[in-house]
Structures are given as structure tokens and as C-alpha cells.
Design a protein around this ligand. Sequence first.
Ligand code: ZN
Ligand code: ZN
Length: 142
Amino acid sequence: MSARSSGDSSGGLRQPQASPLRCNECGTDRHLSIRSIEALRPASETLVEVAYTCTTCGLFYAHPADVTQVAMILNRPGRTPGVLVFSGHYIHCGQPMEKAGAELRGLHAPVTTDHTTGDPLGVYLSTRVLRCACGFQMELPE
Ligand SMILES: [Zn+2]
Ligand SMILES: [Zn+2]
């Protein structure tokens, strides 16, 4: 059981409020086009400053938003949770991840129980490693 005092709102951290990404004019998030994603100051693990327009109404919005919701709008399902992909930048904790290095990695055929098809060509997969300030990192095929 967590005791959370709800009445004490003064004097605490002033965390920016995440607003849902939505066009107030047409009331949906269906026509939104993300323009930019930036880290909040101070940086937040879950929020980013996002700017977007509604392509139907031509209205522009910019406000802090939840990373996961931005990811939904960006419509890139199946990626690593918490990672945004925007204009070729991978964003974690609301900050663009930095390239930590590249690796040339041999792809070993997984040792399966049977059905070992010969792999005559050594397949090498070049990957780049992106790292977030929080220590999270991920590998991407080039
Ligand atoms: Zn609209
Ligand atoms: Zn991170």
C-alpha cells in the first residue's frame, strides 16, 4: 500500500505535465504529423517535448508528452519499448541515443536440433551500438 499525499502540491518538483497528443480542432490524433522531438529540461525519462501539426486542420502544437504515446503516433510498433525513432535518431529517456561503436559480428547459424543447412558464406552483420545516458543500449543492423 502506498501512501501518497495528494494535497501537497506546493514546494515540490515542478514536473512538466504530459498532455495527450491530439488535435483540439478535430479531436483525434489520426492526422498528426510529428515535427520534432526534443529532450525536456530537466531531462525526463518518460517525457519529451514534442511538436506536431494536424495535417487536416493545419494547426501546430508543442508540449511535453509521454514517450510511449509519441511512439504510438509515430506508428512504429514492434521496436524496443521506450525507444523512439524519429528522423533516423533513436531516442531513449527523451534524449537522442549516442553511437557507442560499431561491431562487425559474425552471424553464427543457431545450433538447432536438426536441419543443419550448410551456410557456405560466412555472413557478417555490421551493427552499430547506440547507448543512452541511462546505460540502456541497443544494437542496430546497419
Ligand atoms: Zn485537426
Ligand atoms: Zn535511457
